[in-house]
Design a protein around this ligand. Structure first.
Ligand SMILES: [Zn+2]
Length: 483
């Protein structure tokens, strides 16, 4: 009997430990040495468990010679993000030394010492750089392209990079994980957690909640008295209890638009009950670009702000437009995926006895329940928009109940010339005239919207999208009755 009780308690403790392990996965100990994790604002995390596989240099330390791995080699493998890079050397006992990447030379090394464990040596630096018993090397980069947790409030945006998150003010709190009991004795299991209050990043915003976007494409309204937890190259959201966890927070939108791309499907189905529906998708047209250009036709309609999904790219957003679901539910969460896991708008319309047509460009972006009418650039003018326009005219004349038209040209021009460029504005005027023409002679409900916007970029592309950012996520939403 006693034995059985012991085994139950053991099982409970093992479960608790397994749970803790799942939350804080142990680092690899392949060589038997405790590992050193190089993380933060890097492309990939590097875990150092020994010198094997690295080109080493000889380090002399207190009369003995050790194999050292140059920090620059490790950082090259991790691939540092951003500029003005700081390197934090963080020890298990809480000691942290910050060094500028510019001042790190080839003889700055990490080496394993039997007593001091992972240790840093930098002959030209002050002795405070020689941190012992290292746990992390955290890279902190600056610049707009450095990934991190992003915040949108009004037109303001800010990013706390994952490296910076390591330095954020945090509360140490014991979080209760569970209880076990045997006879008259009980034990309560806790984890001491380092909780980063979210409030410090939202600068006095008197808001109870914000819309959180997560890496898997899910969205959740979360209270702002919750926390972040640093995870190296990511950050988790923890609820106010410090325990409820949602992994890999991409961003928080403090004042998101009420309308979402997921609302197109129910709105279109409702409109289909009373008449025909024309949906025009202007790929890549951000809300703020439409507002700035004010094209004669669309500018005469009421333009509302709507939000798209993360990642803000065409297949993922188009799938949400066509299914009314967020990415984890419809199943398209990245480029190259095409299969929807839920019925699309056209299947739902068919259930109502309505027939649909989808007018597309050269390729199918996602596999829909109907075959799209594909259009190549037959006249060789560098865009399929003219061909799509003429095909849509024909389909509208044929009288389908639901006509979905996907123009691609704006996205192409915004990528090459930049959103807010004169070229993009000219493209929008061209599409505005197409939409006006399509509406001539059409009676029913018209929706005009985009899958995502674009933000200005540098390099060979002057516009890009896919991020959690105001310009990528805010799209126009127009709906009117065409008499
Ligand atoms: Zn797109």
């Amino acid at each position: 009997m006693k034995r059985k009780g012991t085994s139950v308690l053991t099982a409970l403790l093992l479960c608790a430990l397994a749970l803790l392990g799942a939350l804080n996965p142990p680092r690899a100990h392949a060589s038997g040495l405790p590992s050193l994790v190089v993380t933060g604002d890097v492309v990939r995390e590097v875990v150092l468990t020994g010198c094997e596989g690295w080109e080493t240099v000889k380090i002399e330390y207190r009369g003995a010679v050790y194999d050292g791995v140059p920090l620059l080699s490790v950082l090259a493998q991790a691939e540092v993000c951003g500029e003005q890079v700081q390197i934090l050397l963080a020890a298990h006992d809480g000691v942290v030394a910050a060094l500028s990447l510019d001042e790190i030379t080839q003889d700055c090394c990490l080496f394993w010492h039997p007593e001091n464990r992972w240790q840093f040596t930098a002959p030209d630096h002050p002795p405070q750089a020689r941190v012992k018993d290292l746990e992390y090397v955290v890279v902190i980069g600056t610049g707009p392209e450095v990934p991190g947790v992003r915040f949108i409030h009004g037109l303001e945006e800010s990013t706390v990079t994952y490296g910076t998150l390591f330095t954020a003010d945090a509360l140490q709190r014991l979080i209760k994980e569970g209880e076990a009991r045997r006879g008259d004795c009980s034990v309560t299991a806790f984890t001491k957690r380092s909780l980063i209050p979210l409030g410090q990043f939202v600068g006095g915003a008197e808001l109870p909640a914000a819309l959180a976007y997560f890496a898997d494409g899910s969205q959740l309204e979360v209270p702002l008295d919750g926390f972040l937890e640093w995870r190296g190259r990511s950050g988790d959201y923890l609820g106010p209890d410090g325990r409820t966890r949602r992994p890999d927070l991409k961003g928080l939108w403090l004042d998101p638009p009420e309308l979402s791309v997921t609302q197109l499907l129910p709105a279109a189905l409702q409109a289909l009950e009373t008449g025909r529906v024309l949906i025009v998708l202007l790929d890549g047209l951000g809300y703020y670009e439409l507002i700035q250009v004010q094209p004669p036709f669309l500018g005469s309609k009421q333009v509302q702000r709507a939000r798209t999904v993360f990642p803000s790219i065409t297949p993922v957003a188009l799938a949400s437009l066509l299914t009314g679901e967020l990415p984890p539910r419809h199943g398209i969460t990245a480029r190259g995926q095409r299969e929807l896991q839920v019925p699309d708008l056209f299947a739902r319309a068919a259930e109502l006895g309505k027939d649909s047509v989808m007018v597309e460009g050269t390729t199918k972006v996602v596999n829909t329940s109907i075959s799209p009418v594909l259009n190549a650039d037959l006249d060789g003018d560098g865009t399929t928009d003219g061909e799509i326009f003429r095909a849509a005219q024909e389909e509208l004349a044929r009288g389908a109940d639901l006509v979905f038209v996907h123009f691609h040209g704006y996205d192409d021009v915004a990528h090459s010339c930049g959103p807010f460029s004169p070229e993009a504005a000219a493209k929008l005027l061209e599409l505005d005239a197409y939409v006006e023409d399509l509406c001539q002679g059409f009676t029913g409900t018209v929706f005009v919207l985009a899958d995502h916007g674009q933000h200005p970029a540098a390099g060979d592309k002057l516009g890009d999208h896919g991020q959690f950012s105001l310009l990528d996520l805010t799209i126009p939403w127009l709906k009117w009755e065409q008499p």
